[in-house]
Design a protein around this ligand. Structure first.
Ligand code: AMP
Length: 116
């Protein structure tokens, strides 16, 4: 059996982190190493999907839930509701946690701050 992901450990209260919002299927935390003034992570409670491509084919409704929760969070955490949604997919693209998650980035974004 594989080790629980860092996000599963946060969800289970094994690693301290403030859960800033949740639904029955997803939850959100502030990224510990923010790359933008607003940098949140939206994470499915299930660790079943490693990345967004698996999620899109396995449970498109859950992917839609992530997008819709990202929109709600951006409305709460920004003045204008605008945000960038990033799914790093694969180690060579910067993915370090293989429990699918969306980066919600907003505020003072430049082209250089694209790497989440
Ligand atoms: P990725 O590199 O796309 O897999 O994203 C993983 C993200 O998780 C990185 O941006 C990390 O900064 C973030 N991260 C790692 N550990 C924690 C933690 N304990 N609390 C919040 N964010 C974390």
């Amino acid at each position: 059996m594989t080790e629980p992901s860092i996000f599963t450990r946060i969800l289970n209260g094994e690693i301290p982190a403030e859960i800033i919002g949740e639904t029955d299927r997803v939850f959100a935390v502030r990224d510990i190493a923010p790359q933008a003034p607003v940098h949140l992570l939206v994470i499915p409670k299930t660790a079943e999907y490693r990345d967004v491509t698996e999620l899109a084919s396995g449970d498109p409704e859950l992917l839609a839930d992530i997008v819709s929760f990202a929109r709600e969070l951006a409305a709460q955490h920004t003045d204008d509701g605008d945000f960038r949604l990033v799914f790093n997919t694969g180690a060579n693209a910067g993915q370090t946690v293989f429990h699918v998650h969306a980066h919600v980035l907003a505020g003072g974004l430049t082209e250089k701050s694209v790497g989440a």
